[in-house]
Design a protein around this ligand. Structure first.
Ligand code: NAD
Ligand code: UDP
Length: 346
């Protein structure tokens, strides 16, 4: 229950981090950005400065480097940490488990060491709906069991959630929020920042946007024989600006009360099928997306979407953007940035 001003945002130049920076600024928080550029680039910082019409304190460093990381804490009075920095590609994590365990777990542990040493009282962790595994019902509630992960990426999220629970039991004065994201899509309305994966995208929305600009020929929909109304899988697609807002609302709550450890789903509470998303994209942007049906993707969950009741009641979180807004904003970003984050002048 203390004032929060300076917020260390690890992974702050990444997709969700960069949008969260904008929302933090809107709500008068002062973000201090840490990123090693392993999945982002300096141009994102340039664009954040254009959008927000201000400079940011930025540390290009790796959170796994204990010595370098301490500089941030020595040079700034950190009031809260939002920890985004992690690798996130499920398939790659299966092929290179050590890389994922090392980066995600060591980054987390180092950050927590300094949280304790420098008496930071507020911590927000980026978790994922993946911790629910194969759901036996939808919507998913925060009280639903966490299931054994099917890949090392998911394991790192579950392990860190468990470590946070252990930590919280003996440090009840620290506010800790585990935010379980569903499927973030969309981009900042300016079109200056958005999702920019390396290589051929694995996720649905960036694949669609690259088909939309002709970079990829057609979308393959993985399976149309699932037990859903149109046979394709269902997810909870949430606009990244809404998701970013969820972090601000969490910090607002931290300022008002001592929460201990809290867990929130961040989604829309609505399921959308792959076909519905593709059709919404075509309608919203008046673009044709050629697609074919292919075999199921191994390990895919048929349907998952959030119950957002808890986040709504306790945080005041409610997704404002529709699926059409998401499709428009994703497309806008991709059309403006067909070749990624090319340098633009201020
Ligand atoms: P992202 O890859 O765009 O952003 C992560 C950022 O962290 C990148 O800028 C990368 O350069 C940086 N980074 C990685 N390792 C680092 C390290 N050791 N030190 C410093 N910086 C490092 O990913 P995102 O989509 O913005 O995801 C952010 C967080 O949210 C991640 O923890 C991810 O697991 C989690 N998450 C993402 C999704 C999703 O679909 N995007 C869903 C659920 C959870
Ligand atoms: N999907 C698809 N074609 C693609 C990429 C994804 O049909 O090229 C489907 C995928 O099978 C899943 C949905 O889109 O049903 C969302 O996939 P994504 O990887 O974006 O999210 P996740 O499955 O990790 O929730």
């Amino acid at each position: 229950m203390s004032e929060i001003k300076n917020v260390l945002v690890s992974g702050g130049l990444g997709y969700i981090g960069s949008h969260t920076i904008c929302q933090l600024v809107q709500h008068n928080y002062n973000p201090i950005i840490v990123d090693n550029l392993s999945n982002s680039c300096l141009e994102v910082l340039n664009r954040l400065e254009i959008i927000n019409n201000r400079k940011f304190k930025f540390y290009q460093l790796d959170c796994t480097n204990l010595e370098e990381l301490e500089i941030v804490f020595k040079e700034n009075k950190i009031d809260a940490i939002i920890h985004f920095a992690a690798y996130k590609a499920v398939g790659e994590s299966v092929k290179e488990p050590l890389k994922y365990y090392f980066n995600n777990l060591i980054s987390y542990l180092n950050i927590m060491m300094y949280l304790e040493k420098y008496k930071v009282k507020n911590f927000v962790f980026s978790s994922s709906a993946t911790v629910y595994g194969i759901p036996n019902h939808v919507p998913l509630f925060e009280t639903d069991p966490v299931q054994k992960a099917t890949n090392p990426y998911g394991s790192t999220k579950i392990m860190i959630e468990e470590m946070l629970e252990d930590y919280s039991k003996v440090h009840k004065d620290i506010n800790i929020a585990i935010l379980r994201y569903f499927n973030p899509i969309g981009a900042h309305p300016s079109g200056l920042i958005g999702e920019q994966p390396n290589g051929i995208p694995n996720n649905l929305m960036p694949y669609i946007t690259q088909v939309a600009i002709g970079k990829l020929e057609k979308l393959t929909i993985f399976g149309n024989d699932y037990p859903t109304s149109d046979g394709t899988c269902i997810r909870d697609y949430v606009h990244v600006m809404d998701l970013a807002e969820g972090h601000v609302l969490t910090l607002n709550k931290f300022q008002k009360e001592n929460t201990g450890l809290v867990i929130y789903n961040l989604g829309t509470g609505k399921g959308t099928s792959v076909l519905e998303l593709v059709n919404a994209y075509m309608q919203a942007n008046n673009i044709k997306i050629p697609y074919v049906f292919g075999p199921r993707r191994q390990g895919d969950v048929v349907s998952n979407y959030a119950s957002t009741k808890k986040a709504e009641t306790e945080l005041g979180f409610k997704a404002k953007y529709t699926i059409y807004d998401c499709c428009k904003d994703s497309n806008h970003f991709q059309q403006l940035n067909p070749n990624g984050f090319v340098k633009i002048n201020k």
